[in-house]
Design a protein around this ligand. Structure first.
Ligand code: ADP
Ligand code: MG
Length: 707
């Protein structure tokens, strides 16, 4: 096997130099960069452009496409100003393709207005969107051209960097440029084995960085814009490798710890025998896998994947019983308060009859109540603790945490999961230095290759069977104009004793705006449906209010629940059999699937109506069609991957991975097999190189790798 390149330490250290060694980077600027985790020259080398602006050519206005950034050149045809109390400036620009584009400004200075005299020649750059009168660009960057001015077009793509608060884009570009000037020679930077680079025809790290930051004039523009340039692929490969190694190292480090073996099954049996249903075959199989892990003296690291409604919670509760039976504690953490509360209610209902004490800890538990809970957690009086992120906070100390369960793992980062684990480290009175077993659950099915990337540190179990008696949800897509029919349908359904969700979504997901929209819909539906008991939940309500409304819905005291996507994750009301999703065209497949999973949980035939605002983009049309065609989470996940084109990140929520700098799991999935092979090879042959790759890309996360 060829040797792995080892950089000369002295030269590699250039990358470690602090940013204050750059001219013009004083302590103030350095502080702003540090706030974004940028501390060394190397951090700036790896601060990669998020996109490129192509000013190398001019696009005729007629050929502009909505959503595709472009540069256009034309003459001002007309100018319109809004009223004084509502500043607005619209500039119509026409070109030789006999088409007109509107430039729209909400903030502008008087000097700007006077520039836009009809007949003036402009060159502008931006992303056109459909507006009132054809395409428009909001706040384009632009320059006025002299009539004589044959202003040269750009000769290469302009990199656009992720914004850094308090630092203008030009200053940032300048600093990155200065840092790049100090890039050492290729050999001293390289960490990837030469044979691999040759086999894949990938450039050196140095060349790749220079190409990506300063694309040469003859670079393949289309490939760069699409993120498929060999330079970007090379960086993506190393970044994916870094994440893979970091997860693998975490796993190795974790398994070097001790964990308390948990074996007693009496409580779990009691719980199982009292359940109002029999476990499905898949639940039994997964529980058996968990039992085998728990019996070992090293920590379980297991992910349970199961489609929405497959019954993960009860499996978690059964596992918790083993911890309790050993005189230890279990914790269950959920990403939203609504979901955590629901778990609390379920667990109390199941466990308290067995004499198991269940405690509740969320951010909103304060004052004396909080002190009491913390005391119960610390004394071990609380045997099972259910809560939100609050469980991970400082000041929460368990007496003896033996099992940490994280629900809807995709909503948390890997590091949050580990923070909960740390609550158990070294605390155990009879096994000092041991760590808890970890069980994480997710309803977001992800394709196998991606699962390997996102969960390289975990064993995976799948609950691949739904409880019996569920009927698949019938899904239809309806244009918003048909809303009145739908309201009628809800009236009929509720009169028959069915319950329904009406989900409000908006493109702006600020809590406040969505809450207002939900409030408006709530008022409107209440007025239109006097015979129907309508309730409202949104993220801006007090937890107690939310909980009371959810309870009323669950108890059947509310027929129609108007909600924001706060109900997206995990909420379980089996009698609800109708769901309406407004603006469904704006949601991604994963989110639609999660939402739809709220119905079809009981035995009644359920339906889901996806309301959309025409016109639909091709992508939205496909998404809605996919939702109509299948209820299978894995099919949906594959389709999702296929539809998300280059450039659209598979975000943290989907994978549990923090945002990548350059890699895109959907686009670069074909690199994963190499990443795995190379990763295993490095861990065995050159652990020091593996460590450096992790340090280079994953930085702050290294603490966990070494822990
Ligand atoms: P998810 O996997 O989406 O978290 P839940 O754990 O919320 O699903 O379970 C969904 C519903 O199915 C709950 O009401 C739960 O009590 C019920 N359930 C779980 N297992 C079974 C089973 N084997 N048979 C019938 N109902 C079940
Ligand atoms: Mg769940």
């Amino acid at each position: 096997m060829p040797r792995v390149a080892r950089p000369a330490p002295a030269l590699a250290a250039v990358g470690e130099a602090p940013l204050t060694t750059l001219p013009g980077c004083g302590p103030k600027v350095a502080e702003k960069l540090a706030a974004r985790g940028l501390l060394t020259l190397q951090d700036l080398w790896l601060q990669l452009p998020r996109q490129y602006e192509d000013r190398t050519r001019v696009t005729p206005i007629r050929l502009l496409q909505p959503g595709v950034a472009a540069q256009v050149e034309g003459r001002v045809e007309a100018v319109e100003r809004g009223f004084r109390w509502r500043p607005l400036l619209r500039v119509a620009v026409g070109d030789e393709s006999h088409a007109t584009l509107v430039l729209r400004f909400f903030h502008f200075r008087a000097a700007q207005v006077s520039q836009f005299v009809p007949g003036t020649r402009l060159r502008c750059y931006g992303t056109p969107r459909p507006g009132q009168h054809g395409l428009e660009i909001v706040h384009p960057s632009y320059r006025v051209l002299d009539d004589a001015d044959d202003a040269e077009l750009g000769s290469s793509l302009d990199p656009v960097y992720p914004a850094i608060e308090g630092l203008g884009p030009a200053s940032l570009r300048r600093l990155i440029g200065l840092a790049l000037d100090r890039l050492p020679a290729a050999e001293s930077l390289e960490l990837l084995p030469a044979d691999l680079r040759a086999a894949l025809n990938l450039p050196s790290l140095r060349d790749a960085l220079l190409t990506v930051h300063r694309p040469p004039a003859d670079a393949d523009v289309a490939a760069l814009l699409a993120g498929r340039h060999p330079a970007q692929r090379r960086l993506a490969l190393e970044e994916l490798l870094a994440h893979h190694l970091s997860l693998r190292r975490q796993r190795l480090a974790q398994q070097a710890h001790a964990a308390p073996p948990l074996r007693g099954l009496a409580l779990a049996r009691q719980l199982r025998d009292r359940l109002p249903f029999a476990l499905t075959g898949a639940q039994q199989r997964v529980f058996a896998e968990i039992l085998a892990d728990l019996a070992k003296p090293s920590p379980m690291l297991r992910l349970v994947q199961g489609d929405v409604g497959s019954g993960k919670t009860v499996v978690a509760a059964l596992a918790a019983m083993l911890a309790v039976e050993s005189g230890k504690q279990a914790a269950l953490m959920a990403p939203t308060e609504l979901l955590a509360e629901q778990h609390l209610n379920n667990l109390r209902g199941w466990l308290e009859p067995l004499g198991v004490r269940v405690a509740w800890l969320a951010g909103k538990v304060t004052g004396k109540a909080r002190r009491d809970v913390l005391a119960a957690v610390a004394s071990g009086d609380a045997q099972v603790v259910v809560g939100t992120h609050a469980l991970m906070q400082e000041g929460v100390a368990f007496r003896d945490l033996a099992l940490a369960i994280v629900d809807e793992q995709h909503r948390f980062g890997v590091h949050q999961r580990l923070a909960l684990r740390d609550k158990g480290a070294a605390a155990s009175p009879d096994a000092p230095g041991s760590v808890p077993h970890q069980l994480v659950m997710t309803a977001t099915p992800i394709p196998r290759t991606l699962a390997m990337a996102a969960y390289a540190d975990l064993d995976v179990s799948a609950i691949d069977e739904l409880p019996p008696g569920r009927t698949p949800v019938q899904t239809v897509a309806l244009s918003g104009e048909r809303r009145p029919e739908l309201v009628e349908r809800i009236r009929t359904a509720c009169a028959e004793g069915r319950q329904a969700y009406w989900v409000c979504t908006l493109i702006d997901d600020s809590d406040e705006v969505v809450a207002q929209a939900a409030q408006g819909t709530f008022e409107q539906l209440s007025a239109q449906l006097p015979s129907v008991r309508v309730g409202l939940v949104h993220g801006r309500m007090k937890p107690a209010e939310k909980q009371a409304t959810m309870r009323a819905f669950k108890d059947g005291a509310i027929d129609l629940l108007v909600a924001t996507t706060v109900i997206e994750v995990g909420v379980d009301v089996p009698n609800a059999s109708l769901m309406v999703v407004e603006n469904a065209e704006r949601l991604g497949l994963a989110q639609l699937h999660q939402l739809r999973g709220r119905v079809g949980r009981g035995s009644a035939a359920s339906s889901c109506v996806l309301l959309y605002q025409p016109p639909l983009s091709a992508m939205a049309r496909e998404r809605l069609a996919t939702m109509r065609e299948t209820n299978d989470g894995f099919v949906i996940a594959e389709k999702d991957l296929e539809l998300r084109g280059p450039g659209e990140l598979l975000g943290t929520r989907q994978t549990g991975l923090a945002g990548f700098r350059v890699a895109d799991l959907a686009r670069d999935a074909d690199l994963l097999p190499q990443v795995h092979e190379l990763g295993e090879r490095l861990l065995v042959d050159a652990p020091d190189v593996a460590a450096r790759i992790v340090a280079r890309w994953v930085g702050g996360a290294v603490r966990y790798a070494g822990a």
